[in-house]
Design a protein around this ligand. Sequence first.
Ligand code: CTP
Length: 402
Amino acid sequence: MRLAGKKIVLGLTGGVACYKIAELTRALGKVGATVQVVMTDAATHFITPVTMQALSGNTVYTDQWDARIHNNMPHIDLTRDADAIVIAPCSTDFIYKLAHGACNDLLSTLCVARPAHLPLLVAPAMNVEMWQNPATQRNVAQIRADGIQVLGPAAGDQACGETGMGRMLEPDQLLTEIIASFQAKSLSGKHVLLTAGPTFEPIDPVRGITNLSSGKMGYAIARAAWEAGAIVTLVSGPTALDTPYDVRRIQVQTAQQMHDAVMAQLQLHKQDVFVAVAAVADWRVANASEQKLKKTSDTDTPQLQFAQNPDILAAVAAMPDAPYCVGFAAESENLLQYGAAKRLKKNVPLLVGNIGHHTFGRDENELVLFDASGHTALPRADKQTLALQLVAEISLRLALPH
Ligand code: CTP
């Protein structure tokens, strides 16, 4: 319930993308938000107030002369207990109105009359030519300069049949942006590189050795770092997970590929933080076969030989000018003892311990953080909650001299 107790004033303006806001309204409710819908007259041509009232569970307002508000001032009263205003879809015309402080309908008046501290987020949705029009771009620059947060737009196929910039973000992306807008930007502008998931070491073209890591913890940390304002790159082994929104994912299979991808990223751009969450195979099959191994008799078994993989975390930590390194330890016993020892062995300022077989593939985990001053427990919670806590802990330590 990431938005529990939050009230969102959700403004709809005219655009085909209105149909996607039905889904966003539901999604906001599911994460605990109260949704107060306000629609322009144009928006009511695309989706009805009846639908929006049914989905939000609250009276929908469309008219500045609506007498249902006791003092007849919906443009004031609707935002006074709100935590954010989100305009989605936000039309070309509505961006123009915001840029010029127009007050000629309820929604525009409500935006101008909002308390100065109340965040206003807009999700543009329009034809590519309308988006690229210099007048629109001038107005977008103006509303950004005024502190209005512009979400997207994305590029792609458009309702009019043309293709290009101007598509509204998808409902799940809008939800992610809205949730992130409530997060402290403790890693603002920082570059964060992570590894996540298992590795896969081939035995032959169709078989290999892997482990039970699902990647969920690493992906949750990638998302939490992005929510904290970081520019995030995720080097991931094979997982079934979607790439977190606005995170750059580099897909690899083997430990050697993961090592090479991490080193390439460090060459490409200086990273402030490196978080090694991946369950990296310690060994690869040295005599992997180019062809599928065949069962030749009932008694013969293949003789696999192993070679050690590079230790990615240790290699990064040993670099001159290394990023702030965070390691993970997946143990099966003696976590306090092994965790503290592993932090020293890997030579990292922060190591996160967990019991591997209690967490691999699950949605929940519990963590123990080891640093130079001892250890701290983060009690059992879902991985996204733990990831937010861990990112806050990393941010605190990053701000200290190290
Ligand atoms: N790690 C890595 N490269 C490797 C092995 C591990 O980057 N080749 C990283 C993991 O991502 C994790 C940390 O090192 O952050 C600890 O990994 P783990 O496998 O638990 O520790 P090992 O050093 O392999 O020790 P052991 O297997 O003996 O417990």
